[in-house]
Design a protein around this ligand. Sequence first.
Ligand SMILES: CC(C)(COP(=O)(O)OP(=O)(O)OC[C@H]1O[C@@H](n2cnc3c(N)ncnc32)[C@H](O)[C@@H]1OP(=O)(O)O)[C@@H](O)C(=O)NCCC(=O)NCCS
Length: 179
Amino acid sequence: MRYFRKMTGERLYLSPVNEDDAGIYARWMNDEAVAVNFGQYPYTVSSKNELKWLFELDEGIQRYAIVLLDGDVMIGVVSLQNIDHRNRNAFIGIFIGEAEHRNRGYGAEAVRLILNYGFNTHNLNNIMLSVHADNRAAIACYKKAGFKEAGRRSEWVFKDGRYIDKIYMEMLEREFNKR
Ligand SMILES: CC(C)(COP(=O)(O)OP(=O)(O)OC[C@H]1O[C@@H](n2cnc3c(N)ncnc32)[C@H](O)[C@@H]1OP(=O)(O)O)[C@@H](O)C(=O)NCCC(=O)NCCS
């Protein structure tokens, strides 16, 4: 069995990542559309070794493959990271690897599943994320999932020869469970 249905939504489920997918992840980390926004573009990713961060989990990280229910196709990764149980907060990160799978609502569905897991299994109170200000699809996806802007850092990332702001977005447990 390559994937396990740990959290199941309408069209997809979240499964522990599988190291046999290292080659697929390496391809995605070399795809500019994914890597630029995911912060991996300045680095060389050529082998399983350089993808260790994807497979290394500890108490502060929960990372899941996003898998379509239809055909068990793995389309990306979503993580809950920097989990702080004392203060009950964490960050999330996500990417959908293939362009053909983006803008079809899978991102928002995966985000809702990991939020539900964070709030209602891990008893977190505040989950936040950061996104480059020019990443309009990601911002639209996060707003759709219920995130609100919480602040911004000016000229934070150097990209294509210019500086881009970084936007912080957050959601509280009570806001999520009211929706
Ligand atoms: C960000 C990402 C995970 C979103 O996943 P997704 O499955 O494409 O997201 P969704 O389909 O749920 O939502 C995307 C929304 O953006 C909208 N959108 C797409 N391009 C847009 C643009 N240029 N301007 C404004 N909105 C845009 C889509 O129409 C859609 O909204 P809708 O459902 O209301 O029509 C995915 O695009 C991705 O992996 N991108 C590359 C890596 C990345 O940026 N990761 C996030 C780093 S913070």
